[in-house]
Design a protein around this ligand. Structure first.
Ligand SMILES: *Cc1c(COP(=O)(O)O)cnc(C)c1O
Length: 378
């Protein structure tokens, strides 16, 4: 008996190359695209280990947990790392990056996360890219949480290595990912004697065995199901229009923020400045005395399947994340999330919604505020 997920004909080199081209159009890039056969941490690690050399200096911008991971990899590679860390409830500014670069002229690699799903902030990559280009360093961007949620223009912004994954705003699979590689980045990797070779982390192996040989034969068996899912999700984005998908995410974020502000009860946006809030996910601070993990558990008991999660690690006690991305970038998911959170919050504060003994929690007002954002943006 055949099964829809099994017994598939092999994924051809032509089809693989066609999926690569579609990723290139999604990123509006003229550079080579490598589709990594693993989750986005695979190309991210490949980029860091390919770009950093012992004795080189790297600027690692830390605006959330992924930046900390990159810093550790860079140090592993023997690079002298300058960590530019800003509070996770803000974005880094181009001026901060400029100053850090000016203080260390020898910096030749810069790593940055575009949007942080974990903390809910987004960084001004276009302006930062100008500073990095003026300095002449290689620029790596983690755009996993920004692709399809907000504009992403790696070539225009001077990004040399732009890594994406399909599992967030693209609404696709988690098991494959992609990186666009500028000609400058290929030169840097090729000139780095410590860049991974004969390794699953090696972008250079992939270039030599796939790109430079005319994309005629795949070096090894591709992650077939994930590639088909990636193709399907690219088709779906193309059919809807990338701008429409992005608009759904920016509106979901604005609606969630407006709803949370109207909700009251001490639940407040974690990222103070709305302009620095990521369209992919909205993070909220819980009021003193309300544990975020318990609040989320209570909300999920009432609304199973809602895109709610407590912050990771040290943020688990005080942060709630509304992951309104992919299939959840909708008015319904936002409304239901606000309702479940508001109801759980009212009970945690020891009152009922509006008029209880605790701080007033206005669930109906929150839903109205969120809906009016969707209506205003058509
Ligand atoms: C989601 C995400 C990734 C992918 O990592 P996972 O931990 O596997 O989800 C990488 N970078 C950023 C900024 C992300 O938001």
């Amino acid at each position: 008996m055949t099964h829809p997920l099994l017994d598939l004909p092999p994924l051809t080199a032509e089809r693989f190359a066609a999926i690569e081209r579609r990723v290139g159009s999604l990123l509006a890039t003229a550079h080579d695209v490598v589709i990594a056969q693993g989750e986005a941490l695979l190309p991210l690690e490949g980029c860091v280990r390919g770009g950093a050399r012992p004795g080189s200096a790297a600027l690692n911008v830390v605006t959330g947990p992924y930046g900390q991971t990159f810093g550790n990899w860079l140090r592993d590679c023997g690079a002298d790392v300058v960590d530019l860390e800003v509070p996770f409830d803000t974005a880094v500014t181009a001026e901060q990056v400029e100053r850090a670069l000016a203080a260390r002229p020898e910096i030749d690699f810069v790593s940055l996360v575009h949007a942080e799903a974990a903390t809910g902030n987004t960084n001004p990559v276009a302006e930062i890219g100008e500073a990095v280009r003026a300095h002449g360093a290689l620029f790596m961007l983690d755009a996993v949480a920004s692709v399809a949620a907000e504009p992403l223009l790696p070539d225009v912004w001077g990004v040399d290595l732009c890594v994406i994954g399909a599992q967030k705003a693209m609404g696709g699979p988690a098991g494959v990912s992609a990186v666009s590689v500028s000609p400058r980045a290929w030169e840097r990797l090729a000139a780095n004697p410590r860049a991974p070779r004969r390794s699953y982390l090696s972008l250079l192996d992939w270039k030599e065995r796939w790109i430079d040989t005319g994309r005629r034969a795949l070096p090894h068996a591709p992650a077939q199901l994930e590639m088909l899912a990636l193709e399907a999700c690219l088709e779906r984005i193309e059919a809807a229009g990338l701008d429409t998908v992005i608009a759904r995410h920016t509106t979901a974020a604005a609606a969630t923020r407006a709803g949370a502000l109207a909700l009251g009860g001490g639940l407040a946006p974690y990222v103070h400045n709305a302009a620095e809030a990521a369209p992919v996910a909205t993070t909220l601070r819980t009021p003193a005395g309300v544990d975020a993990s318990e609040l989320v558990a209570k909300a999920l008991a009432a609304g199973p399947g809602l895109p709610l999660i407590a912050g990771g690690g040290a943020l688990a006690a005080g942060m709630v994340r509304v992951n309104h991305y992919g299939a959840d970038a909708t008015p319904e998911a936002v409304r239901d999330s606000l309702t479940a959170l508001g109801t759980a919050l009212a009970s945690a504060l020891g009152g009922s919604a509006l008029g209880g003994s605790g701080a007033p929690v206005d669930v109906a007002g929150a839903v109205r505020a969120a809906d009016s954002v969707w209506e205003a943006r058509g």
